[in-house]
Design a protein around this ligand. Structure first.
Ligand code: ARG
Length: 484
């Protein structure tokens, strides 16, 4: 009996029993359907090109894979996983000849390749939502670059800033996440295929050929590492965690700003109460904040499962995979909803101007102005601290002059009262925070300009990666067409 028939029979011995559904990854594997078909095709082409299977057999295998694709995932026979199910379907059509499909490979390298194939597309989807939210944030930041906002540290009024400055701070953080995603992509985009179970194979295969046909940048060379490692999943889950941590910060800021009347959320991105009709709640932002829990939970589940696993393949790995899909989906949705919320909310400049005048937020600007008249910063800080001590009321010029005179000989300095007036006014004061990256509207404008240039580069890079993938798909399709 040929080996492949024996294998089919052996496998059928293990196809029943109470633990079958526990062992099956079939439901989660739907996400890998297209990936597995592409990998099967590339593998078959390589087997034929390498003279391991005859071209005519390759043609019938490839034809059958097309039929299976047309019928769709739901028509697949029951199997332990997508890989077994597709192979069973192929054998169902071609009989024993279908058994050539699994020559020189194992489900171990197959699944590892499927995961990377799907993950790279999914990660580019995340990058797409990242560049989109960054674009929206930069537009809003430009529109609100002059809108003053009380800046907080420790949630206490600290210094005046602008809404544009606040927004642009998040764009900058999300730009770093985009770059992390590109970095991760370069490590994901390597092919484990051809590693077989873990030891390589006795057949003279061409791993670089399948890698190229599938659009990978190269291979994961050591076969044992290739089937074992899920580090690129961890890296991705880590960067997704970092993204949702940023979004959770946006969510908390917006919740606080809405609570103080600084901003009103669009009706589409808020909710009301089932009993208190006057309420408008920032539910989207609260849910986004909770998404961070889900994604960090996925990361934690993955890293905990991976810790201490021996080489090479262990079935524990099967339970790692769904967590990355969950993390991808939750992060993408959180990004889109945050973009919608931030892009539609309305800032209340009157409330903001009133709020920024509370709590002597110009104290640092007054101290800086006193410094410019020839007083060391620490002395100026003490002078202003003395005025700020009782309840933080903003002092007038006379009070400043009196306090300064108590600390320094008035004859040795030249207090510029016009400059003090400017420093005391939050809107004028914020204009002076014009160091690189500062809160002043024209500093924010410059930051936004640089951010936009960086964003344009990232959009181009995303486009290039996408083109590489569609080009590889087209090439594979045309190579396959020469056999069928
Ligand atoms: N469904 C399996 C997974 O997700 C595929 C690999 C099975 N390999 C094996 N030796 N049982 O990991």
């Amino acid at each position: 009996m040929p080996d492949d028939e024996e294998d089919v029979i052996r496998r059928s011995r293990f196809s029943g029993g109470p633990a079958r559904s526990f062992m099956s990854s079939m439901d989660d594997d739907e996400r890998l359907f297209e990936a597995d078909l592409a990998i099967d095709r590339a593998h078959v082409v390589m087997l034929a090109e390498s003279g391991i299977i005859p071209d005519a057999v390759a043609g019938r295998l490839l034809q059958t894979l097309d039929t299976i694709e047309e019928q769709g995932f739901n028509e697949l026979p029951q199997g332990e996983d997508i890989h077994a199910a597709i192979e069973t379907a192929v054998i169902g059509v071609l009989g024993a000849e279908g058994g050539w499909l699994h020559t020189a490979r194992s489900r171990n390298d197959e699944v590892a390749t499927c995961i990377r194939y799907r993950l790279r597309a999914d990660l580019l989807g995340v990058v797409e939502t990242l560049v989109s939210i960054r674009e929206t944030i930069l537009l809003a930041a430009t529109a609100e670059r002059e809108t003053v906002l009380p800046g907080f540290t420790h949630l206490q009024p600290a210094q005046p800033t602008t809404v544009g400055h606040w927004l642009s701070s998040y764009e900058q953080a999300l730009a770093r996440e985009t770059h992390r995603a590109f970095d991760a992509y370069s490590r994901i985009n390597r092919s484990p295929l051809g590693a077989a179970a873990f030891a390589g194979t006795t057949f003279d295969i061409d791993r670089h050929r399948t890698a190229t046909l599938l659009g990978f940048d190269g291979i994961v060379e050591n076969a044992m590492d290739a089937v074992s490692t899920r580090d690129v999943l961890l890296e991705t889950a880590s960067l997704l965690s970092s993204i949702v941590v940023v979004l959770s910060g946006v969510a908390t800021d917006v919740t606080i700003y809405a609570n103080r009347g600084f901003v009103e959320l669009d009706d589409d991105f808020s909710s009301t109460s089932s009993i208190m009709p006057q309420k408008k709640n920032p539910d989207t932002m609260e849910l986004v904040r909770a998404c961070a829990g889900d994604v960090i939970g996925s990361y934690t589940a993955m890293v905990t499962t991976l810790k201490g696993l021996p080489r090479a393949y262990n079935r524990d790995l099967q339970r790692v995979t769904p967590h990355i899909w969950e993390a991808i989906d939750v992060t993408s949705e959180a990004l889109s909803v945050t973009e919608g919320t931030v892009g539609t909310m309305a800032w209340d400049s009157a409330t903001l101007e009133a709020a920024v005048g509370e709590g002597f937020t110009t104290a640092t600007a007054v101290a800086d102005t006193i410094v410019r008249s020839g007083v060391p910063f620490r002395t100026a800080h003490e002078i202003v601290a003395e005025m700020a001590i009782d309840g933080g009321e903003t002092p007038d010029i006379a009070a400043i002059e009196t306090t300064v005179a108590r600390h320094v000989d008035a004859k040795t300095i030249d207090l510029d009262t016009a400059a003090l007036e400017r420093a005391l006014d939050p809107s004028q004061s914020v204009n002076q925070l014009d160091s690189t990256g500062g809160a002043a509207p024209h500093a924010v404008e410059a930051t936004i300009e640089r951010a936009q240039a960086r964003l344009d580069e990232d959009v181009a890079k995303l486009g290039a990666y996408r083109t590489d993938l569609t080009d590889a798909q087209k090439t594979l399709k045309s190579v396959v067409a020469t056999y069928v």
